[in-house]
Design a protein around this ligand. Structure first.
Ligand code: OOG
Ligand code: MG
Length: 249
């Protein structure tokens, strides 16, 4: 890699890292730099590399934009993937401070636990996304560089995967009220397909899904704003639920 390219990647990673750490939005990188998708994945690696250098551990992969609902919401129509670190895991039923984020949104997910190249368990999950870009607006390279807006996640009870995951009802509740409904069928037709796609797309960048990693298949519905004081629950038919509380301040 040329020195100039390496410097540019490091600079973009630093901008995104600072934005996340200080919870301050930045302009889209593509408005300032010329940035393609391949370089954006290199920025993502450098960005997460900064977190790992601070002692965080890589614990999995998340897919993004695996449903039409999500693609339409953000105006990017390509499947993307990002990296999960241990510091962003919130225990099921736990509390999260929204003040640490810029403009957090929350969405229902299906999670897989991987072992020996297989699905060892499945769980309902929640993901908090928080684009580091102003107004939550971005192009595909922007959102890839920004680790696909990953901010935090919560996993519900792990259980053996049912034979059929392809058409389970999905609900997102805020304060006991249903705000989004969908089906696991919205996730590339079947969340298992998201896993196959995740394997393929990560391999392109030299990443191999490892044992005990968590894999988020991507939201089946639009994300909704996460407001202070909210109690949020994702329910996946037959799998139970995952929940979090947003602290009041
Ligand atoms: C990008 C991340 C998308 C999903 O589940 O589709 C994502 C975004 O919406 O900001 O995590
Ligand atoms: Mg997601």
């Amino acid at each position: 890699m040329s020195e100039e390219r390496a410097e540019k990647i490091a600079k973009m990673a630093e901008l995104l890292d600072d934005a996340a750490v200080t919870a301050t939005a930045i302009p889209q990188l593509t408005k300032v730099f010329s940035l393609g998708v391949d370089t954006a994945y290199a920025v993502q690696e450098a960005l997460v590399g900064r977190r790992l250098a601070r002692g965080e551990k890589l614990v999995g992969i998340k897919m993004g934009l695996t449903s039409r609902a999500k693609m339409a919401q953000v105006g990017v129509h390509e499947v993307i993937w990002g990296r999960l670190t241990d510091a962003t895991a919130i225990p099921d039923g736990g509390t999260v401070r929204t003040a640490g984020f810029i403009h957090p949104r929350i969405e229902p997910e299906v999670a897989f636990l991987l072992r020996g190249g297989e699905i060892a368990a499945v769980a309902p999950a929640l993901e908090i996304i928080d684009s580091r870009y102003a107004n939550f607006e971005f192009t595909q390279p922007d959102v890839v560089a920004d680790n696909t807006s990953a901010a935090a996640y919560t996993i519900g009870p792990w259980q053996a995967a049912p034979a059929d995951l392809a058409n389970l009802g999905v609900l997102l509740e805020v304060d006991g009220r249903v705000v989004q409904t969908g089906s696991t069928a919205a996730i590339l037709g079947d969340p298992r397909r998201a896993l196959a796609e995740g394997r393929r797309l990560t391999a392109r960048h030299g990443v191999k899904l490892a044992d005990d990693w968590v894999f988020l298949a991507g939201a089946a519905t639009e994300a909704v704003p996460l407001r202070p004081g909210a109690h949020v629950r994702a329910v996946v038919q037959g799998l139970g639920s995952a929940s979090i509380k947003a602290a009041l301040a």
